[in-house]
Design a protein around this ligand. Structure first.
Ligand SMILES: [Zn+2]
Length: 99
């Protein structure tokens, strides 16, 4: 298979692709946690669609480390990382957290 890549696309489509700000992987939007900046503060938002958004893998703790989030969230990466962990803990209320 040596299909040439399309050198010129007739119409440049702007697909709403989502990619993780930590690992840069492209995935369906349902697999991301959305982080929204409102009034200069980044916060994990559930189902809210206002402000500027960023996406982080919802199932990959490796992507929740503040050092990986820093290039997207800067000094607020620590807070965002903490919220991602909290969100994960909240999703499993019956777990004693002995892991
Ligand atoms: Zn990721």
């Amino acid at each position: 298979m040596s299909d040439a890549l399309p050198t010129t696309s007739t119409s440049p489509r702007h697909l709403p692709e989502r990619s993780c700000v930590a690992c840069r992987r492209k995935r369906p939007q349902a697999e991301f946690v959305r982080v929204v900046r409102q009034e200069g503060v980044w916060a994990v938002q559930a189902g809210k669609r206002s402000g500027r958004g960023a996406y982080v893998c919802s199932d990959s703790p490796a992507c929740w480390q503040d050092k990986k989030l820093r290039r997207a969230f800067g000094a607020q990466a620590v807070q965002v990382a903490a919220q991602l962990l909290e969100k994960q803990n909240a999703a499993q209320p019956s777990q004693p957290g002995s892991a």
